[in-house]
Design a protein around this ligand. Structure first.
Ligand SMILES: NC(=O)c1ccc[n+]([C@@H]2O[C@H](COP(=O)([O-])OP(=O)(O)OC[C@H]3O[C@@H](n4cnc5c(N)ncnc54)[C@H](OP(=O)(O)O)[C@@H]3O)[C@@H](O)[C@H]2O)c1
Length: 364
């Protein structure tokens, strides 16, 4: 290891499901040939962190081994492996952000993390962002790109160039990016579904229309909002549940798509995404029916691609996309404060009321 680096690393980890996480101190080794070592400045919490932390099946599969928490990170490269060095793609001192998606292994609530750039999404922090902003982005933006990939081609849309997208949960981590990317990258007309308290916020992200799920009949409002009865192209569900399926063929044209990142489930603590095809077979039927007759239905998972992080970094510098951080929580690696800090970030995720993201300050 370069001499200025410490001999040991500190991380927040847990062993059995739902147990209070604790600090672990492990020797800090040099990165492997295809790895870089990142000194973490900031991380972020996502609902999946508490879903995996509390999941008994995951606990059973992983046994008693220490499992990390957190998937998003930003930081500075402090050492590079021999292969990476030879390729000159990453050098010591690069400010980076990325995703470390290893459900049964290391997390990003740690001082140092080894990343394999060829296999794990990583990009340079754009000028427009501080480390805290960059850490709030990877998981949610990679999910938003996966959702918007289901937009039908312009030639197949009754709405022509300005395809119409609905985003449910528009004020949350993924929803916020679906609104911005649909607008800035794909030039769509966007309707955001959110609470009244977040209506202005969702408009500020670029939504053309907002439906307040607390005050309005969502389906009726969406149906009434179709210009000359033309149907929507894409419905992105970041909340879960089955409410909209009574109407989805009225809402979406046959080449359109209903995309969910949660599934039919509504519990915040249960794992969502494509895994729920096994627990909710009606989703399988919907997918098959949609494939043959339309509109399409899919329960999707995030893309793990560095080029998408590079793309959003470029958008940050050139298009001014917003990163919205509701709170920055410190002390997650403090001997004294880590339990309190964990409780705080966990409660944010359980509550499900966060506007944008919650960042964890690792440097503090
Ligand atoms: N499949 C995947 O790859 C993937 C990836 C990422 C996330 N996910 C899942 O997607 C879900 C969303 O995660 P997230 O990180 O984007 O955000 P989040 O933290 O779960 O979203 C919270 C936001 O949702 C809003 N909200 C709550 N109930 C709502 C409702 N009925 N209608 C509209 N908005 C509502 C809240 O505002 P108000 O309370 O003011 O309404 C808050 O702003 C989670 O279940 C997560 O596990 C899946």
């Amino acid at each position: 290891m370069p001499p200025q680096l410490p001999e040991s690393n500190t991380s927040l980890t847990f062993t059995t499901p739902s147990s209070v996480p604790h600090l672990t101190h492990t020797p800090l080794f040099a990165p492997g040939p295809d790895e870089v070592l990142v000194k973490i400045h900031a991380a972020a919490i996502n609902p999946v962190d508490i879903q995996i932390w509390g999941n008994p099946v995951v606990g059973l599969l992983a046994g008693k081994k220490e499992k990390g928490l957190g998937r998003d990170y930003s930081g500075t490269i402090v050492a590079v492996g021999s292969t990476v060095q030879a390729s000159s793609s990453w050098v010591v001192g690069d400010a980076v952000f990325g995703l470390c998606n290893r459900p049964l292994a290391e997390g990003t609530f740690t001082r140092f993390l080894k990343i394999a750039p060829a296999r794990e999404p990583i990009a340079r922090v754009p000028r427009a962002w501080k480390f805290g902003d960059a850490a709030a982005v990877p998981l949610v933006v990679l999910t938003a790109f996966a959702c918007l990939d289901w937009l039908p081609a312009v030639e197949k849309s009754p709405n022509g160039q300005q395809r119409r997208v609905v985003v449910s949960g528009a004020s949350g981590g993924v929803g916020m990016w679906c609104v911005q990317l649909a607008k800035k990258v794909f030039g769509c007309h966007v309707t955001g579904i959110c609470s009244g308290r977040n209506a202005e916020f969702v408009r500020s992200l670029g939504a053309d229309e907002v439906v307040d799920y607390g005050e309005q009949d969502v389906a009726r409002t969406l149906l009434g909002g179709r210009p000359e009865g033309r149907k929507y192209d894409l419905y992105v569900d970041c909340v879960g549940g089955t409410e909209m399926f009574q109407h989805w063929r009225e809402l979406l044209h046959t080449d359109g798509a209903y995309i969910t990142i949660v599934g039919d489930k509504t519990s915040r603590s249960a794992l969502g995404g494509p895994l729920t095809y096994f627990t909710y077979p009606s989703q399988v039927w919907r997918h098959i029916y949609g494939y043959f007759f339309g509109p399409r239905y899919a329960n999707v998972i995030l893309y793990q691609k560095s080029e998408l992080l590079e793309r959003v970094a470029k958008l940050a510098d050139e298009e001014g996309v917003q990163v919205v951080v509701q709170d920055v929580v410190g002390g997650i690696l403090d001997e004294e404060g880590h339990k309190e800090a964990w409780e705080k970030v966990k409660e944010y995720m359980v509550g499900g009321r966060v506007r944008g993201k919650i960042v964890v300050d690792i440097a503090a």
